[in-house]
Write a protein that binds this ligand. Structure first.
Ligand code: THU
Length: 132
């Protein structure tokens, strides 16, 4: 399956518009692509109790999973920062568990065509698993 990385990055950029980030003002969007071609977007949501904040990647993943979606082949993450936002450690763990074989596309919302490509496995080698 040929993945249209630009389309997925555009979906992540669209999702970032719904970011709820009154504290950091850092709008992040993520978009997951399933094997069947579905795209599920999500954005970061912040709390006045800062530690409760949830990243865009995990919001997208939780939305998708609780809608019964699985078999994720790619995820795109977009925000306005040079090179685009790299997923944090917590998101890498969740992606490792639920999007193990996915490709990761990262882009700066100021330049959506400059897409950097990674893999979930490459971003979190030797991920924690309960049953190895
Ligand atoms: N954030 C994400 O949504 N994804 C990342 O990969 C890194 C950080 C969010 C969390 C918080 O709302 C804001 O960016 C600043 O840390």
């Amino acid at each position: 399956m040929k993945i249209n990385s630009f389309k997925l990055v555009q979906a992540a950029a669209a999702a970032s518009k719904n970011s709820v980030s009154p504290y950091s003002k850092f709008k992040v969007g993520a978009a997951l692509l399933t094997k069947s071609g579905e795209i599920i977007g999500g954005a970061n949501v912040e709390s006045a109790s800062y530690g409760l904040t949830c990243c865009a990647e995990r919001i997208a993943l939780f939305k998708a999973l609780t809608d019964g979606k699985k078999n994720f082949v790619a995820v795109a993450v977009v925000a306005r920062c040079d090179g685009g936002p790299m997923p944090c450690g917590a998101c890498r763990q969740l992606l490792a568990e639920y999007a193990t074989d996915a490709t990761v596309f990262i882009a700066d919302s100021g330049d959506l065509k400059a897409i950097r490509e990674f893999t979930v496995k490459g971003l979190l080698p030797s991920a924690f698993v309960l049953v190895p």
